[in-house]
Design a protein around this ligand. Structure first.
Ligand SMILES: CC(C)(COP(=O)(O)OP(=O)(O)OC[C@H]1O[C@@H](n2cnc3c(N)ncnc32)[C@H](O)[C@@H]1OP(=O)(O)O)[C@@H](O)C(=O)NCCC(=O)NCCS
Length: 156
């Protein structure tokens, strides 16, 4: 299903996936990715009632600090709160299971839904990264962070 999401060019534009890739090539790419994920990447599939609806990433090579990323597919599942749930689940996994000290995230400022998610799950804004483009609009990365202590306070 990950590969199929890529057949929707609007989805690709939002997710930063290349829209022109053939489905067979996407399937091959995903099979290789699942069989042998890149070093440092922990990618957890998110499922609702047995259906895969997205994934959450905790990425990085440091033992106590990783980057949060998330995606919901296909596009018909957006705006139902799933992105927020999946991002929160990523924080819980990172702090409770991996015992990280810090989780950080960055998202393009013009990606309003993603910025809304990071704010809603309680991540603290730490500034801006480099320039980036989203849906043809010039923007920049907005960066966030959360410590284990802050997460414990949010969860209390
Ligand atoms: C970003 C993404 C995960 C959001 O998933 P989702 O399931 O729609 O997220 P939620 O429903 O939990 O929340 C989305 C919020 O953004 C808001 N939103 C969405 N589009 C919006 C827009 N164009 N303008 C203003 N607000 C918008 C929604 O109203 C919602 O906020 P609310 O609950 O306060 O109403 C999904 O669009 C996606 O997978 N995008 C591609 C990958 C990506 O951008 N990942 C993030 C980079 S780390």
């Amino acid at each position: 299903m990950f590969a199929e999401w890529g057949t929707d060019p609007v989805f690709c534009e939002h997710a930063g996936w290349s829209p022109g890739t053939a489905l067979a090539d996407r399937r091959e790419w995903w099979a290789a990715m699942i069989a042998q994920p890149p070093p440092g990447l922990i990618r957890l599939a998110a499922s609702v009632s047995g259906e895969i609806v997205g994934y959450v990433d905790l990425n990085g090579s440091e033992s106590d600090r990783r980057e949060l990323g998330y995606l919901i597919g296909g596009r018909d599942r957006w705006n139902r709160g799933l992105g927020t749930l999946v991002a929160r689940a990523g924080l819980a996994y990172g702090f409770d299971v991996l015992r990280l000290r810090t989780i950080w995230a960055e998202t393009i400022d013009a990606n309003v839904a993603s910025v809304a998610i990071l704010r809603r799950i309680g991540m603290r804004e730490i500034g801006f990264g480099g320039e980036a483009e989203f849906l043809g609009v010039g923007s920049r990365y907005r960066q966030f962070e959360l410590s284990d202590v802050e997460f414990a306070a949010l969860s209390a």
